[in-house]
Write a protein that binds this ligand. Structure first.
Ligand SMILES: Cc1cc2nc3c(=O)[nH]c(=O)nc-3n(C[C@H](O)[C@H](O)[C@H](O)COP(=O)(O)OP(=O)(O)OC[C@H]3O[C@@H](n4cnc5c(N)ncnc54)[C@H](O)[C@@H]3O)c2cc1C
Length: 352
């Protein structure tokens, strides 16, 4: 007796519900550090609709705590000084310092496109000063150079308006005075220290900073003259909003929605509400925190011993702010960013 055939039900096409979107954007970005904000600002500057989610109520992540120094060999200031051969020298330097711990293609893209990135942001008004005397962290390594570092220009927080200014994460005490309420540039710290030698230039600077700070404090919780990483994130935030981008605070992504292996949207959680956001051009995950995770470091940053020769250990040549406590604000850190600075994550970003 032949076995009865079981009819296979055919599913009518309409049985698969079309996803319904509460909002549709070109680009969705997670995180308001340098990575997230620069991606969103670039998109917005190119006419795309960019939405940024920040899980805390503060802007800037670890970047807001940082010196904000960018290490970009062959940038416009070096070119203007006729410094040639930076690209090749920096490649040798990175080969020795980073080696096979990062894909060569990534390093090459970083070196090729870095100067272009600086020019692009310069065009948007987010400018950098040339730290001409800053020497690379490993001067003893072949290809090391001088003047590759760039410092974000100071930013006037008043341009953001009181509400947005309040969002900018406060700096670490080591990079500021009076309990984090007055930011000073590293170069200014050196100059202010000359006060002890009775320098009139130092006195004039102290007076200028003090007067501005005094009047700021009548209206704001802290001084509005932002420096370093604080200046960088505040400025990017300003340009992003100018170009129509938006940041949603206390918001994150619960789930990415895919279609045929491609990310087409996300389930966003914002202020206790869930909404489905369609992402026409993509999602950028820039939540930082990588360097704070031992598991990820062990997984993705194999130890130098196994991959490339270790350069001799030397004290960093960069003159970091001298007010740092022993071990500095990076005492709990071990990883290194592309700019050579040890990184610490905001973690859950309790902020201030
Ligand atoms: C004191 C100090 C000085 C430093 N100086 C320098 C320097 O001069 N030059 C340099 O190159 N590096 C420096 N660093 C390292 C540098 O700050 C970091 O490598 C860099 O800021 C990382 O940027 P990011 O955008 O990847 O992450 P972050 O700046 O940490 O930003 C990540 C953001 O994403 C948010 N986030 C996380 N998860 C989610 C989620 N699921 N949804 C939404 N949002 C989320 C976080 O709250 C945070 O705001 C320094 C670090 C420290 C601590």
């Amino acid at each position: 007796m032949s076995e009865p055939t079981i009819p296979v039900p055919t599913i009518p096409e309409t049985a698969v519900p079309e996803p319904t979107w509460e909002r549709s954007v070109d680009l969705l970005v997670l995180g308001t550090g340098a990575a997230g904000l620069s991606a969103a600002t670039t998109a917005a500057a190119r006419g795309l609709d960019a939405l940024v989610l920040e899980k805390t109520e503060y802007l800037g992540g670890t970047t807001a705590y940082s010196a904000g120094t960018c290490w970009i060999p062959g940038h416009r200031h070096q070119r203007a000084l006729g410094m040639t051969g930076e690209r090749a020298a920096a490649e040798r330097y990175l080969d020795l310092i980073v080696g096979e711990r990062a894909p060569r293609e990534l390093r090459e893209t970083y070196l090729d496109r870095g100067p272009e990135m600086i020019d692009f942001f310069d065009g948007l008004g987010v400018r950098f000063w040339h730290s001409a005397s800053v020497i690379d962290y490993h001067p003893e390594v072949d290809g090391a150079g001088i003047g590759r570092a760039l410092e974000p220009e100071t930013f006037d927080g008043r341009r953001l308006g009181p509400e947005d200014f309040r969002r900018v994460r406060w700096p670490v005490p080591e990079f500021s005075l009076f309990g984090g309420t007055l930011m000073v540039r590293r170069a200014e710290v050196n100059r202010l220290l000359e006060l002890f030698r009775g320098s009139p230039r130092a006195a004039a600077l102290a007076l200028r900073l003090g007067i501005r700070w005094f009047f700021d404090r009548l209206r704001y919780p802290r001084g509005t003259r932002l420096a370093m990483g604080n200046a960088l994130v505040a400025h990017l935030f300003f340009v992003l909003k100018q170009r129509g981008g938006q940041v949603l605070f206390n918001s994150t992504v619960k789930e990415l929605i895919t279609d045929g292996g491609q990310v087409v949207g996300a389930v966003v959680e914002s202020h206790g509400r869930e909404l489905r956001v369609q992402t026409r051009r993509g999602v950028v995950l820039a939540g930082g925190g990588f360097s704070a995770s031992r598991t990820w470091r062990e997984q993705h940053l194999p130890s130098r011993r196994r991959s490339s020769p270790a350069p001799p250990r030397v004290r960093p040549a960069t003159p970091w702010i001298s007010a740092s406590p022993p071990g500095g604000p990076w005492a709990r850190t071990t990883a290194t960013t592309p700019c050579g600075s040890p990184a610490r994550s905001v973690g859950d970003g309790t902020g201030r």
